[in-house]
Design a protein around this ligand. Structure first.
Ligand SMILES: C[S@@+](CC[C@H](N)C(=O)[O-])C[C@H]1O[C@@H](n2cnc3c(N)ncnc32)[C@H](O)[C@@H]1O
Length: 237
């Protein structure tokens, strides 16, 4: 859809007509989620720590969360979307507590569906190759989330502060994992998102909103990159 600038009344009318007449389903979804996002963040991120960093320096957010909110205590760290293991490895290094446990979930076959036009099904595939971490605290659960996370969640007994890291990009994968883990998600659980506002808030952000609505949960933003693409929330209800 031709994006009219929304900075004056005539442009706003053009934008509205464009959306109504020519907008695709994705345009409508984007419009709704972006509008909602402004109100939601005004409330939930009012006390958040805002950080400036580039993608390659994502550790800055992880370090802040580990030091300020986890306090270097032992964690049960569960990452959904491991790929080559960059963020998983970063957490193994940051939280050196011998009692911490690290679980990584991935099919290593890449995204199971298209993520917009730029990231077709299979993006991030490692042809099934599982990365090695050389750390006895790490365990990889190999397979499609939809075939592994339910059984894992049923048999899992949390021992430590629970930190979930959602890095699967897709709405479907993120919402599925949150729903399957919901029996363990309690006030105090920390959840990190790697692409929170990507694609106009229609994926990871939308999954968190829908999870909270369906499961009567709420959250506050603890720390975020200034554009909210990467952030950490704490479940408050
Ligand atoms: C953006 S990559 C993860 C990047 C990684 N955390 C890093 O720091 O390099 C997303 C990963 O999610 C995985 N993924 C997405 N949906 C999945 C699903 N339903 N089941 C299994 N893996 C999935 C893909 O295979 C891909 O490896």
């Amino acid at each position: 859809m031709a994006q009219a600038k929304k900075n004056d009344a005539s442009q706003l009318v053009k934008y509205a007509i464009d959306l109504l007449v020519h907008g695709t389903a994705q345009d409508w979804k984007s419009h709704y989620r972006l509008r909602e996002f402004q109100d939601v963040m005004a409330e939930k991120a009012k006390d958040a720590i805002l950080l400036d960093f580039e993608y390659k320096d994502r550790r800055k957010l992880y370090r802040c969360v580990n030091q300020r909110f986890v306090g270097n205590r032992p964690v049960d760290y569960l990452e959904f979307g491991v790929a080559g293991g960059e963020s998983f490895r970063a957490w193994l290094e940051l939280n050196a507590n011998a009692d911490s446990r690290f679980f990584g979930f991935d099919s290593f076959q890449g995204l199971p569906e298209d993520w917009g036009a730029d990231n077709p099904k299979g993006t991030f595939s490692r042809q099934g190759r599982v990365p090695e971490f050389g750390d006895g605290r790490a365990r990889i659960v190999d397979g499609l989330f939809q075939e592994t996370v339910d059984a894992f969640s049923r048999s899992f007994t949390p021992r430590n502060a629970l930190v979930l890291h959602m890095d699967a990009d897709l709405y479907s994968s993120t919402l599925y994992c949150l729903m399957q883990m919901q029996r363990h998600i309690a006030p105090g659980t920390i959840i990190l998102f790697d692409e929170f506002t990507a694609r106009d808030c229609t994926d990871e952000y939308a999954a968190l909103q829908d999870f909270c609505q369906a499961c009567c949960r709420d959250y506050a933003v603890l720390a975020a990159r200034r554009d909210y693409v990467k952030l950490a929330v704490e479940i408050t209800r």
